[in-house]
Write a protein that binds this ligand. Structure first.
Ligand code: ATP
Ligand code: MG
Length: 546
């Protein structure tokens, strides 16, 4: 044969594209540059009728009467449709310049070749298609990552239109959203459009986007020039694809791409846009929630400031009231003591007893007030620091408490290195206050006896002291707050054990002022253990100052 051609055909767009050609002398360019589907030539006919055409006597056939056709000197030609199922995906022709009559065997063979070519073309198409889909999908995944990872509304929208325009090779891309009243669409983000278009508002009834939102269904206008009703917002737009943005089953806006070419978008572009719209919907919802949360966090921060301020005022009040109470209390105490001395006349046993109660209670109030005032006074600046051997301080404390402990049916054990171990720079009387409070608590909260252990351990750069008991213990949720002022684990404990809940607050303040650490471990009904860690004094710091 002189030559053979394959043209590919797209049923949807009704366009031919050149597939392949081969001439006797080895040339590969096509005899005809472009084919029109409406054309009257052999290829268009094959495709339109989806049937083979065989012409043994071309010079006398109506297809070959035009001037140009005659110049080709075609003598015989046969063509076969490339079919895939019911679809025609191209045509295959074979032509002779010398006279030729196609035999039955030849036609059978050529038919077979056409079938195989169709399969090959289809496979190649599928491969290219899946390759392209793969690229699209990974672009979409990238987009999902960027969009859903971003919580600022405006960023989400702008990233989306930018990615979509690139992905769909569109001229422009835009996102509109319903106004708060729901009667207008507002352009929220756009690329490739005039600046004037940004933030433009559109009535629902007047626009394609409005229709899409109202129907919750996408609209694809393949060629705006062939749509007489189309209202141009930009003369350059030839094809336009608008998909709804759906959040919780409701269309809240649109995603748009357009092109200056007709038929710019394919079936799979529509699918991709639909998937993209779903992702943007999720991202929008996240961004909206995030913005609400942010506003809420701001409110809370403000409220927190107010609480802190009122806390400060409360502190000030407690402080002032405490000071004011001190003087009158000394008077009460003084007069009660005077009365009890009997100097003002003898008292009955009953009167003695009542006055004793008044005196005891006055002492209690005085102690509380002193505690409150102390609490405010302790800071690093007014500690009387001196080098102290922690081991010695602890030994003394244990000895001092032993009597009271034994009276309450408790044993107190010291696990402390002998001598002057554990040198620390501390305020001795404040540290004694710490130990009194901790050992005091250990005794108070061990109503059923048991052992209280005071342990000291020297570490590389710290001295650790542990005071543990086998008393009532406390649960983890509760013991987070025990270092706060006036905090007691439950109301009934106050009635049962007394106290004001200020002891540990003082302890914590003193330890903090020493740059130390304090923490607690405890289990309900098994006991508690408080650990103090103090910075160790280096030996070179021990040199006495002159
Ligand atoms: N060793 C312990 N065992 C169990 N609970 C404890 C222990 N030490 C403290 N607590 C709990 O922590 C709370 C706070 O202790 P804190 O010493 O501050 O106050 P308090 O002993 O109740 O009163 P105050 O010390 O002012 O007399 C206590 O009321 C108690 O509920
Ligand atoms: Mg206490």
């Amino acid at each position: 044969a002189t030559n053979s051609h394959i043209f590919l055909y797209d049923e949807e767009t009704e366009q031919f594209t050149f597939g392949s050609a081969l001439w006797q002398d080895g040339r590969r360019e096509p005899a005809v540059k472009t084919l029109r589907p409406s054309g009257k030539g052999i290829t268009a006919t094959i495709v339109n009728q989806a049937k083979p055409v065989v012409i043994n006597d071309a010079p006398n056939h109506p297809f070959y009467q035009s001037k140009t056709a005659r110049q080709w000197h075609v003598s015989a030609i046969a063509g076969f449709p490339l079919k895939y199922g019911d679809h025609v995906i191209g045509a295959f022709t074979i032509a002779f310049k010398q006279p030729h009559t196609f035999s039955q065997d030849e036609l059978l063979l050529l038919n077979l070749l056409a079938e195989q070519a169709a399969v090959a073309v289809r496979n190649a198409e599928l491969f290219a298609d899946s390759q392209r889909r793969l690229q699209d999908m990974s672009a979409l995944v990238d987009m999902a990552k960027q969009v859903t990872g971003n919580l600022k509304l405006q960023d989400v929208l702008q990233t989306t239109v930018q990615i979509l325009r690139g992905l769909m090779k569109a001229r422009a891309s835009a996102i509109t959203m319903l106004s708060d009243q729901g009667d207008e669409l507002v352009v929220k983000a756009a690329v490739g459009v005039d600046a004037a278009y940004m933030n433009a508002r559109m009535k629902l009834e007047e626009t394609i986007s409005g229709q899409v939102v109202q129907s919750s269904d996408l609209i694809y206008i393949r060629d705006t020039y062939s749509d007489p009703a189309f209202l141009f917002f930009d003369e350059r737009v030839r094809s336009l694809l608008v998909v709804p943005l759906i959040v919780r089953d409701e269309a809240i806006g649109t995603l748009t791409i357009d092109s200056d070419q007709p038929n710019a978008f394919s079936e799979s572009d529509m699918q991709l846009m639909t998937i993209a719209a779903a992702q943007v919907g999720v991202a929008l919802q996240n961004a909206r929630l995030f913005e609400k949360l942010e506003a809420r966090a701001e409110e809370l921060a403000l409220a927190y400031e107010e609480i802190k301020e009122s806390d400060r005022l409360k502190d000030e009040l407690v402080q002032n009231v405490s000071h004011e109470l001190r003087t009158p209390l000394t008077f009460v105490k003084g007069y009660v003591d005077l009365l009890m001395d009997g100097g003002q006349g003898l008292l009955t046993a009953e009167q003695q007893e009542y006055l004793q109660i008044v005196s005891d209670k006055t002492d209690e109030i005085t102690r509380i007030i002193e505690d409150i005032i102390t609490l405010q006074r302790i800071d690093a600046g007014n500690l009387a620091l001196e080098p102290v051997a922690m081991a010695e301080l602890l030994q003394t404390a244990v000895t001092n408490h032993r009597l009271v402990a034994n009276d309450r049916g408790l044993s107190i054990v010291a696990d402390i290195p002998a001598g002057t171990a554990g040198m620390v720079m501390i305020d001795k009387s404040r540290m004694n206050q710490v130990l009194d409070n901790l050992i005091g608590n250990a005794m108070k909260f061990s109503p059923n006896g048991g052992t209280i252990t005071v342990t000291m351990r020297e570490q590389e750069n710290g001295v650790g002291v542990i005071i543990s008991d086998e008393g009532i213990g406390m649960s983890k949720e509760k013991y987070k707050r025990i270092f706060e002022r006036f905090y007691q684990i439950d109301g009934s404990a106050r009635r049962r054990f007394g106290g004001t809940g200020i002891g540990l607050a003082i302890v914590k303040r003193i330890i903090d002022a020493h740059n130390g650490d304090i923490w607690v471990e405890s289990k309900v009904n098994e006991g508690s253990s408080f650990t103090i860690m103090l910075p160790k004094l280096n030996s070179d710091e021990l040199v006495p100052s002159v």
